[in-house]
Ligand binder design. Structure first.
Ligand SMILES: *Cc1c(COP(=O)(O)O)cnc(C)c1O
Length: 452
């Protein structure tokens, strides 16, 4: 009898079989090339088996981590292609390697599409990840020891915004802003007075766990009032911005950094957008400042993702993410949970567990939910009394379930699964039953068409 994982394994194999010449180049006489063109499943069944297990996990669980997504098959196809074979240090038209005539086409296409999608003056698509994009922006605009004003990690900022365990906290003088204790919103007057007091050279606006909009025009005003550069880090919300459901930072910011794998739904990677006046400095900071050869295979995948993001369906998708987040948030509140800031305007929300379950930490809650097939993050809440490894909150978001085609009605079920699992967290048999229900529920929404 075939187990479910085993069936998925076979599907994954079929999927590999269907991938065109990029995986199976036409048969060639040379023995070595023949060897190389064996299917992955023949070469390395161990890694395929692990992948098949994770495919099953991704299909069978409710993935509510707001920074993750299911990239399209097209994105993954090109990412696993022959483009991974080429070195191309430098930029289109000025490479340090020969044989880059087609690589230039890939990178230029990615750049042009990103510019069109976001209305940016200049784009660098080479940063390997979001942290590297921020590092490059700092490297371009600052000297070590300069002052940065950014959101504290414990209130929703990112490690690369000056946390003391990160390079950014070691090399720069970081002043942190947080949210207001009452409203749990960022108070622009507080930010303005911190700026006035510390005269930062750079202000960073952006977060990993802030459920509200950023008013970028107001941030520009603060930056101008002290002559600071403004960096908008839109790693989480880039898709919402491209889809027109979140205010746009591009006109107001000197530099905008983003990952490409979160709401933007592309491959793992990042990019930097900036005003023309910073273009040369940003490019030099990425290469040769911080990186060597670009990953052309993922840059090509970024290009594909930008094309997908410029289609009308992508806007509809982003609108649905926000509608779903609202529906999920409202139902969770009806079920007695307290959400930080009282709700959400974007793709994510933070549950403050201390109100409903005083003794339950975010870490424990996330583990109990995983037992029930629901994947969320533990996350600090503003003014959290617990440590970052324990936390008093969980963070959840709707990008992945929305990619699967779920709508508001499904969000009600998800909220109820969460509630039931946490209410019965000490009862393994009930959590197991919920896990089975979650799996059945997920079966109606296959993550990839080959799982149909
Ligand atoms: C995810 C994220 C990053 C960094 O992304 P990595 O690709 O993991 O390095 C940077 N800034 C913000 C706000 C993020 O949410």
């Amino acid at each position: 009898m075939l187990t479910r994982t085993c069936q998925l394994f076979l599907k994954l194999r079929q999927f590999c079989d269907k991938i065109p010449f990029l995986y199976r180049q036409s048969d060639c006489q040379a023995q070595t090339v023949k060897e190389m063109n064996k299917l992955l499943a023949e070469v390395d069944p161990q890694i395929v088996e692990i992948t098949a297990k994770d495919l099953a996990r991704q299909q069978n669980s409710l993935m509510l981590i707001p920074s993750e997504n299911y990239a399209s098959r097209a994105v993954m196809e090109i990412q696993g292609s022959i483009l991974a074979n080429k070195y191309a240090e430098g930029y289109p038209g000025e490479r340090y390697y020969n044989g880059c005539e087609f690589m230039d086409g890939v990178e230029s296409l990615a750049i042009e599409r990103a510019k069109a999608l976001f209305g940016a003056e200049h784009v660098n698509v080479q940063p390997h990840a979001g942290t590297q994009a921020n590092m490059a922006a700092y490297h371009a605009l600052l000297d070590p020891g300069d002052t940065i004003l950014a959101m504290s990690l414990s209130h929703g900022g990112h490690l690369s915004h000056g946390d003391k365990v990160n390079f950014s906290g070691r090399y720069y003088n970081v002043v942190a802003y947080g949210v207001d204790a009452e409203t749990e919103l960022i108070d622009m007057e507080t930010v303005a007075s911190l700026a006035e007091q510390h005269r930062p050279k750079l202000i960073v606006v952006g977060a990993t766990a802030y459920p509200r909009h950023f008013d970028f025009a107001a941030w520009r005003q603060v930056a101008d009032s002290v002559g600071a550069y403004l960096l908008a880090d839109i790693a989480h919300i880039a898709g919402l911005i491209a889809g027109g459901v979140h205010p746009d930072p591009v006109p107001y910011s000197d530099v905008v950094t983003t990952t490409t794998h979160k709401t933007l739904r592309g491959p793992r990677g990042a990019m930097i957008m900036c005003k023309e006046e910073h273009a040369a400095k940003i490019d030099r900071a990425v290469f040769p400042g911080l990186q060597g050869g670009p990953f052309l295979h993922t840059i090509a995948a970024r290009a594909v993702a930008f094309k997908e993001a410029s289609e009308p369906e992508f806007k509809t998708y982003q609108e649905q993410i926000v509608k779903n987040a609202k529906a999920l948030a409202e139902r969770l509140m009806e079920n007695g949970f307290r959400l930080v800031s009282g709700g959400t305007e974007n793709h994510l929300m933070l549950i403050d567990l201390t109100i409903k379950y005083e003794k339950l930490s975010g870490r424990q809650a996330a583990d109990h939910l995983e037992d029930a097939g629901i994947i969320v993050n533990k996350n600090t809440i503003p003014f959290d009394k617990r440590k970052p490894k324990t936390t008093s909150g969980i963070r959840l978001g709707t990008p992945m379930v929305t990619t699967r085609g779920m709508k508001e009605d499904e969000m009600l079920h998800i909220a109820d699964f969460i509630t039931e699992a946490l209410e019965n967290r000490q009862k393994a048999s009930i959590k197991k039953r919920i896990r089975e229900k979650v799996q059945e529920f997920c079966a109606q929404f296959p993550i990839y068409e080959y799982l149909n």
